[in-house]
Design a protein around this ligand. Sequence first.
Ligand code: HEM
Length: 154
Amino acid sequence: MALTEKQEVLVKESWEILQQNVPEYSIRLFMRIMEVAPEAKNMFSFLRDSDEIPQNNPKLQAHAMKVFKLTCESVIQLREHGAVAIEGSTMKHLGSVHLKIGATDRHFDMVRDALLRTIEEAVGEKWSEEMEGAWGVGYDQLAAAIQAEMKDDA
Ligand code: HEM
């Protein structure tokens, strides 16, 4: 699906909103992931040793924000170049990290859903089908690129 200029603007706007409350939206993303896939908890080094999702944990916030930010950048790259254009060495690194921790297709699907629902909640009335479509396409292309690297590495 081709992205429109408006969709790029919508994604940038929602990324601004997410950045205004990093601790809160990071926790929300992880809570949603843990609700659907409690077994994924032990995959994360910063969740493994605690019974709860730690508040204000810098590593947790970093993972959540990287997922949001890289997805946002994907949307921009898809608009500008028609493809996700993350530097090769970064892509290879992402492929090998996720291969090592055992991320499956199902995990990628549920992170997608958690991402969209978290953004929906964050932007409130600004949420629209157009915005959802743009984040969804950006995520799908980014996830496909990471998964392609995982297969190459296997
Ligand atoms: C680590 C991004 C999806 C689980 C990371 C890192 C990044 C990242 C940037 C840090 C790599 C480093 O250490 O240098 C993304 C993006 C995703 C995605 C952009 C989707 C498009 C997933 C999924 C899972 C997952 C589906 C499975 C539940 C993990 C885990 C780590 C990690 C467990 C290691 C964290 C730690 O223990 O410190 N990811 N990720 N990620 N990711 Fe993802």
